[in-house]
Design a protein around this ligand. Structure first.
Ligand code: ADP
Ligand code: ADP
Ligand code: ZN
Ligand code: ZN
Length: 817
């Protein structure tokens, strides 16, 4: 391998599947890190290199916490020489708190507030903090800056006044002990619990619902005979006060939702939903109050601010000289259609990462190593050059860039290539090549994908067996669109980012299908993601979409929408539980002689239930470490060592393995172990078919990437569809190839095609040219983003598209033989 002068020298990296890797990476260059999914790219780039950078940084800011830090951040590497400070931008859909927006993530909001404070028509001389709805100075006092007021009313707290309290009239009370406590206090106080609510005296009703009094009462609980009955001192709190307090204090989304459902919500009268206090709203710059500017798409903000003519070297001039170029970078990265006030939680992972990239450009850092995770995700091939431009600007400013990337057109333009592999999991974990990109010639998936980038375009599509038509589609930027989709076909919806692809497919088409199909399978309807699926449906409603007419939907009996949302948020949801294969495993254990002798049932072998789980970690196998700098850090449970179970449970074995050892198997290993268990084997084989053979059955949700989560859902769904006849199913997927190496993309495409060959319908929003090229039909949205998009600019087979002068047509033509 080539000798390097100034490099980052990694010795003996052994995190996850890395096999004592030694590698030297040049500094001051653009380095692409490649490999099939699960080969160890992230373990090397993020876990090892950025992990070590992070560890050093934390120890320098908090030397007293050294022990805690090394238990939470252990990059498991012998040594790294020549490592500059690292900055990592990773794919993640978690964009900070509920109030974070494009403006806050990009740090543009701060500068814009300064602009309003310094250069706005600002008679009261307000400071920049006064222009933020998130500060006490700026927020509308009536709604605390949320734009909405929530008020408990009698009708909202007691939806059915014909019920008595005993019958559950006070629906807003919490469940379980807390609700019982309130009930028992009222009983001690002598309130009438048996008459219909509406017949109680008004004074009593008011007191129960609204009083601020907090009497303390000795409660003698009435419980079932087998329960312990002990008197205690209970403190009363009125229903309204319980709701308001909970709303102010809870961190739980589901509790928050529950509480809000018992309050009346309306737009705040004081600010009219604009969230700021009246003084701030009275200030204008460029003729607009700050909330109006915040609602404009970034290309309009750029135009407005570029048109200003500030006095040279004034505060305004200096601020604009920062803001305008930052906006320009955002436009270059395909973010023109976003507005500053857009909530971060409504952004795709790719958009979020590109906003962070644009923000980094302003930071003026030099001498750092940026570690980036597929920043091309969500970008049309025609827009991807901007990613390279940004990387080059980082490098010109004196930095290094490590780019974990799958797009071989981008990889080909890097200076240096580190290829991890050759395959995934235990069959990966080595650096198979480290050297100049152009010199890579070997029999590996990456070298093959680099050498062979010519597409063959489908020109003989499978015929449609029916048609779904929508006319007069209106949603966000789509205004009166007519469109049809073929049943029994593989349709790809393409177009530049922000052109309306997701709006058309994931919001409108999914919405109409949900309303008309007889069965809706939300992803995870049997797993942990049920709440999320409901969220999705909710946000579709927010988008306010509509269609004039639709036809052909009676032919569809089922719709399956598969997104990149995580399959759960805690280590408790695992591959094994999500796919349902763990139920089968637990049955096997319960059926062993030893389990029968001990009278143990399937529940004993669940790590989520008390009897079997390790009491220290409650079955999670890991415990959360409280580190201020690194929220959400987990470390292996010291008691069970990650096994999740208590020792007795592990005494029972099946074919020589205890249940923890089964969870530790990879999918590939499980295929051998369960060869005689058809049900489990079927689940295992479907996971292998989508390229996930390297995952461990007990791998927890936090350790899975978005792409892995999506393929797990797909595999689960494939297995369900194959195990039952369910009529015609439409599958909707949004960028299923994110995070996938070309070799994995081929596997995924094969599985999706097998569905279509079996008569089903597949509709994907996609940028990957290999997937587009093999589709039966491409519908291209465009021509631009935001208000310049929302239309269909081309529609036909891949071969036909290549004849068209559109963004997608041009790349297809350029890349085909
Ligand atoms: P890539 O980035 O190439 O897709 P990863 O580095 O994420 O691959 O994964 C390499 C291997 O390490 C895989 O077998 C994966 O299952 C495993 N792995 C990843 N993260 C963890 C983790 N937090 N704990 C244990 N194993 C992990
Ligand atoms: P694509 O999928 O082609 O990238 P989208 O359908 O996501 O495009 O976006 C189309 C337009 O709708 C864009 O202007 C985008 O900013 C806007 N948009 C998308 N999602 C939301 C949302 N949740 N809230 C507000 N605007 C949105
Ligand atoms: Zn208000
Ligand atoms: Zn434990």
């Amino acid at each position: 391998m080539t000798k390097i002068d100034a490099g980052i020298e990694v010795r003996d990296a052994h995190l996850h599947n890395l096999r004592n890797v030694d590698v030297e990476i040049p500094r001051g260059t653009l380095v692409a890190v490649t490999g099939v999914s699960g080969s160890g790219k992230s373990s090397l780039a993020f876990g090892t290199i950025h992990g070590e950078g992070q560890r050093r940084y934390l120890e320098s800011v908090a030397p007293f916490a050294r022990r805690l830090i090394s238990s939470a951040v252990d990059p498991q590497v012998g040594s790294i020489d020549g490592l500059p400070p690292t900055v990592a931008l990773q794919q993640s859909t978690t964009g900070g708190g509920a109030r974070s927006t494009v403006g806050t993530v990009s740090a543009l909001s701060n500068s814009i507030r300064l602009l309003y404070s310094r250069a706005g028509d600002n008679p009261k001389g307000l400071y920049s903090d006064s222009f933020s709805p998130n500060t006490p100075e700026g927020m509308c006092p009536a709604c605390q800056g949320t734009g909405t007021v929530h008020e408990p009313t009698e009708a909202s707290m007691v939806p059915d006044p014909t019920l008595s309290i005993e019958e559950g009239a006070i629906a807003a009370w919490p469940g379980a002990w807390a609700g019982k406590n309130f009930h028992d206090i009222l009983a001690e106080l002598g309130y009438d619990l048996d008459s219909p609510w509406q017949d109680l005296p008004k004074r009593d009703r008011e007191w129960i619902l609204f009083t601020d009094e907090r009497p303390v009462v000795t409660v003698k609980p009435t419980r079932g005979a087998d329960q312990i009955q002990r008197n205690y001192e209970g403190t009363w709190r009125s229903v309204a006060s319980y709701l308001t307090k909970t709303l102010a204090e809870t961190q739980s989304d589901s509790l928050r939702k529950r509480v809000l459902s018992y309050m009346e919500s309306r737009v705040c009268e004081v600010c009219g939903g604009r969230r700021l206090n009246p003084d701030a709203l009275a200030v204008t710059y460029a003729g607009m109050p700050i909330d109006e500017l915040g609602a404009l798409p970034l290309d309009r903000v750029h135009a407005v601010l570029s048109a200003q003519d500030p006095a040279p070297n004034s505060a305004e001039d200096l601020l604009l000289r920062q803001i305008v170029p930052a906006l320009q970078s955002a436009l270059d990265l395909g973010l023109a259609h976003l507005s500053l006030d857009r909530p971060a939680r409504t952004l795709s992972a790719g958009e979020l990462q590109r906003i962070r990239l644009a923000a980094q450009l302003r930071s003026g850092l030099f001498g750092v190593a940026y570690v980036l995770d597929e920043p091309s995700a969500g970008l049309h091939p025609a827009e991807r050059g901007a990613v390279l431009d940004i990387c080059r600007r980082f490098i010109d400013a004196g930095n290094s860039v490590l780019l974990v990337e799958h797009d071989m057109d981008l990889v080909a333009q890097a200076d240096w290539l580190v290829d991890v592999g050759p395959l995934a999991g235990e069959r990966g974990g080595e650096v198979v090549y480290s050297g100049p990109v152009a010199d890579y010639d070997a029999d590996t998936p990456t070298a093959k994908a680099l050498a062979n980038r010519t597409l063959s375009l489908c020109d003989a599509p499978r015929p449609a067996t029916g048609t779904l038509t929508l006319s007069g589609v209106r949603a966000r930027t789509i205004d009166g669109l007519d469109v049809s989709f073929g049943l029994g076909q593989f349709t790809a919806v393409a177009g530049v980012s922000g052109s309306g692809k997701s709006t058309l497919v994931s919001t409108v088409l999914a919405g109409v299908l949900r309303e008309s199909a007889s069965a809706v399978a939300d992803e995870g309807d049997e797993g942990d993601a049920g709440d999320d699926a409901a969220d999705d449906a909710g946000s579709a409603g927010e988008a306010g979409w509509g269609v004039d007419t639709h036809a052909g939907f009676d032919a569809v009996s089922r719709v399956v929408q598969i997104t990149q949302r995580p399959i759960g948020r805690t280590p408790r949801s695992t591959l094994a539980t999500y796919t349902g294969l763990f139920d089968g495993v637990r049955k096997l254990f319960a059926a062993t002689d030893e389990a029968k002798r001990r009278k143990w049932t399937v529940s004993r072998f669940s790590y989520n239930l008390k009897q079997g789980q390790c009491p220290t970690c409650g079955g999670a196998g890991t415990i959360e470490v409280e580190l201020v700098f690194l929220p959400g850090s987990y470390t292996t449970c010291p008691d069970c060592g990650g096994a999740r179970y208590n020792d007795e449970t592990l005494e029972v074995t099946w074919h020589g393995l205890n249940v923890a050892q089964v969870l530790d198997l990879t999918v590939d290993e499980a295929a051998d172990v369960f060869v005689d268990e058809p049900k489990i084997l079927r689940a295992v084989e479907t996971l292998q078919a989508v390229g996930l053979g390297y995952l461990r059955l007990g791998q927890g949700a936090p350790e899975l990437s978005g792409g892995e989560a999506q393929r797990i859902k797909l595999a689960t769904e494939l297995q369900r569809s194959r195990s039952a006849r369910r009529g015609h199913t439409v599958y909707l997927l949004d960028e299923p190839t994110t995070g996938l190496h070309p070799a994995d993309v081929a596997l995924l495409a094969r599985e999706l095609n097998s569905l279509v060959d079996a008569g089903q319908t597949v509709i994907v929003v996609e940028h990957d040219l290999a997937v587009l090229a093999q589709a039966d039909r491409i519908i291209e949205m465009g021509p631009g983003a935001g208000s310049d998009g929302g239309r269909i600019v081309a529609d036909g087979t891949p071969a036909e598209l290549a004849e068209r002068d559109t963004a997608t047509g041009r790349v297809l033509a350029a890349r085909s033989a």
